[in-house]
Design a protein. Structure first.
Length: 315
């Protein structure tokens, strides 16, 4: 009888161990994987501070449910921010914002936790492109001489202004540093035809003593009918982008690839329709070429998917 009871206890213990082993086999270890980190928008304020919107998606598995997930990021300077918790599997993606960040990359982390407190994490780094001024343009109107030294209060010089572009452009005004421009002959604004030069007599008033002066031309709108609008380099760049978009509506933007200060020869184009790559490339070469002769035509063109067209962003 005692033997039978012992065997019965042994059998019960064996069954319990077997069941426990089966349960363990049926509940694999907790895990999580970031499946993608996608940049959906980059915002640039007037001071060229960069902000980003990223979509993070993940896949969690194993562990004892329910599972919860936290998403966080870390900048190159060590600044961190966390979001969550998010229930799994009810939610598997999240859109996060990164404000005022000028770094070249960002580390994104997903952390999963099950009911027993077990934790696992997954990380992925995404490369970013901070807001920068457009690369320097080829001078639209050159002036020679562009500077010199004055030893008297009133000085008159003869300068030559040259339009370096393939299109007509307005010379809006002459501005001097060190001295003041009193008048010019002929008077400005003045329309310069493509690749033409005009001699201008410039009267300067300078402080007493020896003074170093420099001249530069304030260009006006590329459109003669809008000659009253003075443009900065960024405004002209934006105007050229608009011209490309009017020719290729699927165009969403572009940038030149640089590694530090070295141009890689790669032109990146954002497009809603990949089939418009060739049309957009030709439009960019035609419209931007006179301004960026050292960058165009590019050695290589890479297409990037756009969320919006440039025309939509201008609305």
């Amino acid at each position: 009888m005692r033997v039978s009871r012992a065997l019965g206890v042994l059998s019960f213990s064996s069954v319990l161990l077997l069941l426990t082993g089966c349960l363990r086999l049926g509940a694999p270890g907790l895990g999580i994987k970031i499946t993608s980190v996608s940049l959906i928008r980059r915002l640039c304020d007037l001071n060229l501070n960069s902000s980003y919107e990223l979509v993070v998606t993940w896949q969690a598995y194993g562990g004892r449910p329910p599972l919860t997930v936290w998403i966080s990021y870390e900048t190159l300077e060590g600044r961190t921010q966390a979001f969550g918790p998010f229930p799994w599997p009810e939610q598997n993606s999240f859109t996060l914002s990164v404000d005022s960040y000028e770094g070249q990359s960002l580390l994104v982390q997903a952390l999963a936790q099950d009911q027993n407190g077990a934790r696992k994490k997954s990380t992925r780094r995404i490369e970013l492109r901070p807001c920068v001024l457009p690369p320097p343009m080829k001078p639209m109107i050159t002036i020679v001489p562009s500077g010199g030294t004055a030893t008297q209060e009133h000085l008159t010089i003869e300068a030559t202004m040259t339009n370096t572009l393939e299109v007509p452009i307005w010379a809006g005004a002459l501005v001097a540093t060190g001295c003041t421009v009193e008048r010019t002959q002929p008077e400005l604004p003045l329309l310069l035809e493509p690749h033409t030069s005009v001699k201008v007599h410039v009267s300067l008033r300078c402080p007493e003593g020896e003074t170093t002066w420099r001249l530069h031309v304030v260009e006006r709108s590329l459109q003669p009918q809008a000659q009253a609008i003075s443009l900065q380099t960024e405004d002209i760049y934006d105007d050229l982008l608009l011209r490309v978009a009017q020719r290729v509506p699927a165009f969403g933007g572009m940038f030149f690839g640089f590694e530090g200060r070295q141009y890689t020869g790669v032109l990146y184009i954002y497009l809603l329709d990949p089939s418009q790559k060739e049309a957009a490339t030709q439009a960019i070469i035609s419209i931007f070429g006179p301004f960026y002769p050292d960058l165009l035509p590019p050695r290589e063109v890479r297409m990037l998917p756009a969320q919006y067209s440039f025309l939509q962003l201008k609305e």
